[in-house]
Design a protein around this ligand. Structure first.
Ligand SMILES: [Zn+2]
Length: 332
């Protein structure tokens, strides 16, 4: 099973690529910071990707056999908020009945969906040597659906499908076979009721387990996999998310992986039929190493390899296996 770790863009160095490679990691996900300023951190990443210096680091990582992908909260970046002045109708109606440029968009505005998906194609083209799996997540907040007359009977999950379906259709014209992630967390944990869209795959992130101690969200997995299918599905865990454990403030806290927990969770996810398992691993860069020494990624790799080997052969090599279906080739 493909093993991915997500780190902040400035945490990628040649040294880090060597360490990931030695540890047995397959993919590095570059994740600009989320939260309220996600659009700015994504803009900064795009700028960084234009520099020879940063491209050299990515080339180095790929030369070592790693793959690169980009994972970010992107809707505010893809539908610029300064359009609100002229086109408030592009934006969502909040629970108070007022239009607001804060978070996401009106999924029933064809113009807004068009602009967002055109910009998604532009963004995809600027993601240097990315895999053809794109992670253009909705904005990083709960309960931010549109409540306008046209949207009010659509759940947040349905609104996501409308937007991501349009993104996938446009992306696939330029990158045939590309996929776009449906990030199932917060209210997107509900199963959509609208028709499934090709090219949209499930990415399940158990955020509430970590922030509220609520394990209930995993009961949603069978229905989500039933809707999206297992093909290309992945879990995005927080096992190594030292930014979460540090409450998103530097300096980072000391981190020790909980191997037993990782193993238990990984076995569960493999049994559910997920094709890939990823974890955030932010705040474990050079500054971490200076304070506490090298972080240990071996428990993550061991747990996933063990979980994969415990799958039945049909699950490992069947039509849903990642190796059978997905090339993982760089597209840019
Ligand atoms: Zn709406």
């Amino acid at each position: 099973m493909i093993k991915t770790l997500l780190i902040h863009p400035d945490e990628l160095t040649e040294k880090r690529a060597d360490e990931f490679c030695r540890a047995g990691i397959d993919v590095i996900g570059l994740h600009p910071t989320g939260g309220k300023n996600a659009a700015d951190s994504l803009a900064a990443l795009v700028e960084k990707l234009g520099t020879r210096e940063y491209r050299d680091v990515i080339d180095y990582a790929i030369g070592r056999g790693l793959k690169i992908e980009y994972c970010m909260h992107a809707f505010s970046y893809l539908l610029p908020r300064d359009l609100f002045g002229k086109h408030p109708e592009y934006f969502r109606v909040g629970e108070d009945g007022k239009r607001t440029s804060e978070y996401n968009l009106c999924a029933s505005s064809p113009e807004a969906v068009d602009i967002l998906s055109d910009n998604a194609v532009k963004l995809a083209k600027s993601l240097y040597r990315s895999r053809d799996r794109f992670y253009f997540w909705s904005d990083d907040a709960d309960k931010r659906k549109c409540n306008c007359d046209k949207c009010k009977n659509l759940s947040f999950a349905d609104q996501q499908i409308i937007v991501l379906g349009a993104v996938a259709r446009k992306l696939r014209k330029v990158f045939p076979g590309a996929g776009v992630s449906y990030l199932a967390y917060f209210s997107a944990l509900d199963v959509p009721t609208t028709a499934k869209e090709d090219g949209v795959f499930l990415e399940y992130a158990p955020f509430l387990k970590w922030t509220k101690g609520d394990e209930g969200e995993k009961t949603k997995i069978p229905a989500l996999l039933g809707y999206f299918g297992k093909e290309n599905s992945r879990v995005l865990e927080y096992w190594y998310d030292n930014s979460l454990f540090s409450h998103w403030r530097k300096p980072p806290v000391r981190f020790t992986p909980d191997e037993e927990k990782i193993r238990r969770d990984a076995d569960f996810y493999a049994k559910c039929g997920f094709e890939e398992i990823a974890s955030f691993a932010c705040f474990l860069g050079d500054d971490y190493e200076e304070l506490y020494g090298k972080p240990d990624f071996a428990p993550f790799v061991r747990a996933i390899e063990r979980a994969t080997s415990r799958r039945r052969p049909t699950e490992r090599y069947g039509k849903n296996s990642a190796t059978a279906n997905f090339s993982g080739n760089a597209v840019v």
